[in-house]
Design a protein around this ligand. Sequence first.
Ligand SMILES: [Zn+2]
Length: 390
Amino acid sequence: MTSTTAGPYQPKFLALKAAVHQAEELSEGGSVVRGRGGALVVVRIRGRALPHGEHVDLYADGDRWTTDPVPNAELVAEGWLVPGLVDAHTHPGAEAPGDPLDHGMLRDHLRQHVDAGVAVIRAPGLAGEPPPWFGTDPDTPRAWHAGPWLAQHGQFFDGWGRRADHAELPAIAAAQAARTGWAKVIGDWRSDGEPVPLEVLTAVVEAVHAVGGRVAVHTQQAAGGEVAVLAGADSVEHGMQLDADLLTRMAEQGTALTPTLSITDRTLPEVRRRPDSPAKRWYVRGAEAHAGLVAAAAEAGVRVLAGTDSVPHGRIIDEVRALAAAGMRPHAALAAASWDARAYLGLPGLEPGAPADAVVYAEDPRADLDQLAHPVAVILRGRPVRVRGK
Ligand SMILES: [Zn+2]
C-alpha cells in the first residue's frame, strides 16, 4: 500500500451515469437504458467472447445474461467481449495508511474502478466497516472484502487493522470470514517482522475453512511466504521473495498468487535512491526478482490474480501490462484480471445465466493490451455504466 496522487475523475461519464440512474428510477431496477424516443429498452451486446473467441449475442435479463432475444433490446456495443474485469487486491476508501474509511472517497474510488472496466473487486483489508451500499449500488463493482487486516502485535500500519494474540487469531479470522467470506492476515511485515508461526496460520486456515471462508495472507519475506503456502492459504498477497520451489505445491493445492507487480515495479526506483540499509537490500532484491517469480508461477500452473494495491484506483491496466511484461502470455495476463479471477471468486463468464457484466473493446485486447484503456462499453449488472460516444 503506497500513497500517490489520485487520478482525475472523468466527468464526461457523469452525464451518462445520471441518465442511467434516471432510467433505473423509472424502471424499478430492470436492466434498461433509454432508447430512441425515450423508450426503456434492454441491453444487448454482441461480438466475440473471451476466453474462447466464439461469436455471442447476449441480452441482459436483469442481472443475468441470456441468449434468448428480447424484443426492442438496444444494441449497446459490438466488438470483443470480455467478462467484467477484476481487481483482486485493492483497498478503496482511504489513501494514507492509518486513515479512517471515508465513504465519499470509497464511492469515488469504486467509480474509478468501474470506469476502467472493473466489475468486481476483492478488498483484502479495509480501513473500516463498509456501508450497506458497498458491493451492491448500481454504479459500484461487486465486492468481496475481508474486513480489517488481522496482524500480530507490533506489525502493520498504525491505525489500520486489528491486532490479535496468536491464541485468538483463528477464532477472530473465522468470525470475519463467516461475515464476509474472507479473512486477511498479515503473515509477515517488512524486512524483519517475525512471520506468524506455521502452527498458528495453519489453525487460522482450518478455522476459516470450517466456516466456508477463505484466507488471504500478506507476505513479502521468504520465511513468511513459506508459512503461507505450507499453511494452505487460499491466496498469497504480494509473495515477494517467495521460494520458487513452493510454486508446484501452490498449484497443486490451489493457492493463488496476487503479486501486485505494478506497484512493486513503481516503488522500486524510489527505494533504489534510498541510503543503503538491510531493509533496502531486502526490498530491492525481492522487487527485482518479482517479475521472474510471476512468470515462474504462471509456468508452474499457479493461479495468478491481478491486483493493483494502489492509488490511483482504476489502474488494473497497469497490472495486466506488468504481468505480460513479466512474461505471462497476454491471454493469461488478461485472464488474471477477468475470467480466471471471476472463476476464482465463483462468477461464471459470458454465458447464459451468468451475472450481466462485460467490457466491450473494438479489437482483441490480447493482441493489443492498450485496448484496456479504451473500452467501447462497460456493462455492470446489466446496465451500461460507460459507453463510448454517449
Ligand atoms: Zn494491500
